[in-house]
Structures are given as C-alpha cells and as structure tokens.
Design a binder for this molecule. Structure first.
Ligand code: ADP
Length: 616
C-alpha cells in the first residue's frame, strides 16, 4: 500500500459525503419519504393560512352589534374555516408521522445492519488499532445521529422554510409593509442563527462528541482488561486515567452547553424584538387607517405561529450540525474501501483435489504492515507439503505470527504470492479460505453463548451428536458434563467462567468439528496445570491427524514431533529441518539452544533463540 492510502480510506467526511450517505439510505423507500414530506407540507400550509381566519373573525365582529345577523354569519363562516384548517393541520401531521415512522425505522435498520456487516469485514489491522468499545459507540451513535439528521431536515427545516415563505407571501398580500419588515427580520434572524451554529456552537459540540467517544473507549478498555487490572491491583491507576479523560470531557461539554444556552438567549431576545416591531408597525398602520383591528390580530397570530418555527430553527441548525458530526464515523465506515476483500471474480477455494505435493507455497513474498515502512519479509519462499507437521520457532518479533496471518489473508502480501493447493489466495473468496484454514489461538475467545454453540462455531449446522463427539475427542466432554446445564451452559463474557485449559479444549473441539484441511496452532505460552497439559496434548494429537499443521511452538515437546522446524529471526528463516537433522548438525544454533533448554537454563523455545541472539 502506498503511503497516504490509509488516510484516504479514513479521511474526515464532508457535508457532501453525509448527503450521499443520506441519499443512499433514503433511496430504497423513497415513496414513503416523499409521502411523509408532502403530507407534512400540506399540514404546514394549513397552519400558514390560519391567521387569515382569526383576522376575519375579529373583523367580522368589530364595530357590529351583537344582533347583527350578517356580522354573526360572517364570524361563524370564518370560525368554521379556522376550525377546519386547524383540524386538517393536525390530521395531515399525524398521517405524515405514520409515513415517517415507517420510513425512518427502515433506514435505521439498514444503517445499523450495513455498518455491522462492513466493520466485521475491516482488516485485522484496523481491528488491531481500534478500540472495540469505541466502534460500538460510533455505530449506535451514528445510527441515532442519522435519525436526528433526517428528522431535522425533513420534519424540521423543510416545514419551517415552507411556513416562512407561506407567511411572507400571505403578509405581502394583506399588509405589504409588514410583510417586507417581517421578511427582512426573518432573513436576518436565520442568518444570525446559522452563523452562530456553524462558527460558535458546532466546533464546541464536535469537540465534546470526540471526548465522549474517548471516554467510552477508555472505559471499555479498562473494563475489558479488568482481570489484568485486578491482578496488578491497579484499580486506582485506571480510575486516575479514566478520571482525567472524564474531566476533559466535562470541561469541554460544559463549555459547549454554556455557549448553547447563551446562543439560545440571544435568539429569544431577537424574536421578542421581531414580534414587538411587527405589531407596533401594524398599530401605526391602523392609526393611519391602513390596517383593521383584524389585521393586528392577524399579525399577532402569525408571529405566534411562526415564533415556534423560528425558535426551533436554531435547534434544527444545531441538530443538523451535531448529527452531521456524530455521523462522521459511520459515514467514513460506509466510505471506507477495505484492502482485504474478495477479488472481483473470486471463487471458493478447493483444497485436496489438486495433485500438488505442496499444499502451501509462499513464493518470493515481501510484506510490510500497513502504515509502517518496515519490511517484515523480503523474498520469502516456503513450501509446505500436504500433511506436513510444521513448527515455527524463533524470538518474539521474529515473524512467526505474521506468517500465519498472511496465510489466512488477514493482510495482503506486498510482493509475491501465496498459493494454497495451487490457488492464489488473493483470488479465492475470503470465506472459503478462512474455512479451509482453522486456527487454534493462544488464548481462545469464546462467545457469550452456550458451549454447544461455541463448539459448533465453525460448523453451525452440526448435530448434537457431532458436537459431543468432537468434545470427547478434545477431552472436553467430561468437564462439560459437570457443568449445571452441560452443553447448554452459557459461557461468561469472553469465556471467563472457564479455566484457561478448559477454554483451550473447547477451542480444540471447535477445530475438530470444523475439520479444515489446514490447521494453525498458536501454542499457549502460559503454563497450564499438568493434568490440563496432558489432555490438551492428547486432544491436539487427535486434531492434527491427517491435516497439514503449522504450530507456532513455544515448547520443545511440539518441536520434537514436528516433521520440519523453521527457525525465524527478523523475518528470515535462519535454519530449517527436523529436530533430528538439526540436532545432528553440531554447528546448528538449534542444537546449542536445545541443549541449553535440556539443561534447564531457559523455559521456552522463544527464550532459547532470544538468548542465542543476544550471545551472537
Ligand atoms: P512473532 O510472532 O515471531 O513474535 P510477529 O510476526 O508478531 O512476530 O512480528 C513480526 C514483526 O512485525 C515485529 O517487528 C512486530 O513488531 C511487527 N508487527 C506485528 N504486528 C504488527 C501490526 N499489526 N502492525 C505493525 N507491525 C506489526
């Protein structure tokens, strides 16, 4: 990847991006949206004409005696007009809301499911560099921000703009002078509101939202890492770290809120001045015989009605601003094109049918992690035979994990190609590739679901018998049967209710059931009790039968049984061969290191090579 590409993928979103995002989600159900907007506009139009009828009622009654049948008739006619408009206004509004709810809820559903789908597929690198808690908040906040965004635009700003225009036209016709004054004042008011929102409020609320995300992520980090926090008795330290982040949020949010209130006060005073001047102007016109008492009522009612819309304009602008900035992340997720995705004509991988002797071939592979210029591999070529048991050893940072990550295509190679059974892994579907390559990780993560679900994760349609059979082979059946609900026992979040050894065995059962032809095992470095250790070794032997296996080895027992050992150091394979052949070479590093371990000088294979590295 070229430098700068990462920024391109995660750039700040622009207003145009937000609109494109909105259009994308509005399109599928646009008829509902259009119906909601139309009925809302009709309802608002009823509201705009309403003052004409209040004015007519007053004019019909002013200067006439109570017995004047003509006056009374005119007043009733105006009253029924008024009542009909008011009722229509409400009925149309409700109809509009029915349409709107159907439209909005569907959009939110699409956004949240699409975001989940996208984020799940983001590269391992993205996930490694992103707080899970932060992402969860970004998605839910983005979804609700979109709700506010469309609500504001279509149910707030659109009706407000319509009523302002309607009222201005109506006043221009009835009282041109007041109409001109009102239009000028409304225009100035809107200008001031938009300026305040964009220049004063928005940067402050954006900063507050950023701190809010940081606060959520810090909290999630501390809570996810709770076992570590506990083991170091570091609660106070974590509280200190979180306290600082929370205090920063408090200060920034307080500042934003105070400015929000001040801006609101300025707008309210402006509105009072606006109503005052329009009414005063009409009274002056009345004095000159250019306006009736009904006109005064018309102006007061008009401003009474548009007062609400005007007051809300400030709120709409700030909602629009805030929702657009809260949507930043979800829109950038939507825009982001991930580098690890299916090629255009990707086909499912087929393993076991080709006549290749080598099931895996790294051919002149070069690799750099995105965002780092450092070469991890240069010109690395490795061939692995079908059914071979391979062990990777070497110092920490030597490139063992990267090797298996590339094989799973968690990252794309920078140069060269990786073949599995003769097929370039960048040209097969990711789903099929990951099904062909099973991983038993160092510290398996279990889902907060039943044990049966956890075991069947790689083969969700597996029967209960198959699940139990796999558990038996993984020496997990006996301990599962001692649990209160057996296979239906819910595993605590992240599997903490089970011991490390038990989780390992569930993970092995999962891999046995998945039955992938290629198996990657990252041995647990933490020492398990010897009973667990014994069972796990036996379970692994069952699991490995008939498969091609690559073990990131930390223990010598695994290394001895391997058909071939690759010794990694700084992205290069410095030695390779079986335990026997490496031991037969009196000059091999491996032999020296092995001897040292047998003497008990070091504990794990990694330590051996590290020591050797230091000596060399
Ligand atoms: P090992 O498994 O042998 O300990 P790794 O394959 O994890 O070694 O690491 C090889 C090198 O790649 C190290 O220098 C490490 O710092 C670097 N590295 C590993 N993961 C990442 C990552 N996600 N981003 C950038 N560099 C990484």
């Amino acid at each position: 990847m070229l430098p700068g590409e990462e920024e391109k993928r995660e750039r700040k979103t622009t207003a145009r991006d937000v609109l494109r995002f909105a259009r994308h989600y509005w399109a599928p159900k646009k008829t509902l949206g259009v119906m909601a907007a139309l009925t809302m506009l009709l309802s608002v139009a009823m509201d705009a004409i309403l003052p004409v009828y209040t004015g007519r009622i007053v004019d019909a009654l002013t200067g006439h005696a109570a017995a004047d049948a003509g006056a009374l008739h005119a007043a009733w006619a105006a009253f029924f007009g008024f009542a009909a408009l008011a009722a229509l206004h409400q009925i149309l509004r409700i109809i509009s809301m029915f349409y709107w709810n159907a439209f909005a809820v569907h959009n939110l559903y699409m956004i949240v499911t699409d975001s989940m789908r996208k984020v799940q597929r983001f590269s391992a690198d993205w996930h490694a560099n992103t707080f899970a808690g932060g992402t969860v908040r970004k998605i839910t906040r983005g979804m609700w921000a979109f709700d506010m965004f469309e609500d504001t635009l279509l149910m707030g700003i659109l009706p407000a703009a319509t009523i302002m225009t309607g009222v201005a036209i109506m006043l221009m016709i009835k009282l041109p002078l007041v109409g001109i004054a009102a239009m000028t004042l409304i225009f100035l008011y809107c200008l001031m509101t938009v300026w305040m929102s964009i220049s004063i409020l928005s940067p402050r609320f954006r900063a507050s939202a950023e701190e809010d995300t940081r606060m959520g992520a810090t909290l999630a980090d501390a809570i996810t890492g709770n076992p570590t926090v506990k083991s170091f008795g570091a609660e106070k330290r974590e509280e200190g770290i979180f306290g600082n982040v929370a205090a920063s949020w408090r200060d920034i949010a307080y500042n934003a809120w105070q400015f929000g209130i001040t801006a609101d006060a300025v707008r309210s005073l402006f509105r009072v001045a606006m109503v005052g001047s329009a009414v005063a102007l009409t009274i002056l016109l009345w004095k000159e015989g250019k306006a009736t008492p009904g006109d005064v009522v018309l102006v007061i009612t008009t401003f009474f009605i548009i007062g609400g819309y005007l007051r809300d304009i400030g709120m709409h602008i700030s909602h629009l601003q805030r929702s657009a900035s809260d949507m930043d992340d979800i829109v950038s997720f939507w825009l982001r094109e991930d580098d690890v995705s299916d090629a255009k004509n990707a086909k499912p991988i087929v393993v076991g049918q080709a006549s290749n002797i080598d099931i895996i071939a790294f051919e002149r592979v070069g690799f750099r992690y995105p965002n780092t210029g450092k070469d991890i591999y240069r010109d690395l070529s490795v061939k692995i035979r079908r059914g071979e048991k391979l062990a990777l050893v070497g110092p920490s940072g030597g490139g063992k994990s990267t090797f298996v990550k590339l094989l799973q295509r968690l990252y794309n190679v920078s140069e060269g190609v990786i073949h599995i059974d003769g097929q370039d892994i960048s040209q097969v579907t990711l789903e099929s590739l990951r099904q062909a390559v099973s991983l038993v990780p160092q510290d398996p993560i279990l889902f907060h679901r039943t044990l049966a679900d956890n075991i069947a994760y790689g083969r969700p349609d597996a029967s209960r018998e198959a699940i139990i059979d796999a558990a038996k082979k993984a020496y997990a059946h006996d301990f599962i049967m001692t649990l209160p609900k057996g296979y239906d026992t819910l595993v605590g979040e992240r599997g903490v209710k089970l011991s490390g050894g038990e989780r390992q065995r569930v993970a092995i059962a999962r891999a046995i059931l998945a039955d992938s032809p290629i198996l990657i095992m990252d041995e647990a470095t933490s020492s398990l009790d010897s009973v667990s250790e014994h069972y796990i070794q036996k379970a692994l032997e069952t699991l490995m039968t008939g498969k091609t296996t690559i073990t990131i080895a930390h223990r010598l027992s695994t290394i001895q049984k391997a058909d071939r050992i690759l010794v990694f150091d700084q992205g290069r394979i410095v030695e390779e061969g079986s335990h026997k052949s490496l031991m037969e070479n009196p000059h091999s590093h491996y032999k020296k290191l092995y001897d040292m371990q047998v003497l008990g000088l070091v504990e794990t294979a990694e330590d051996i090579v590290i020591l050797e590295g230091k000596r060399a």
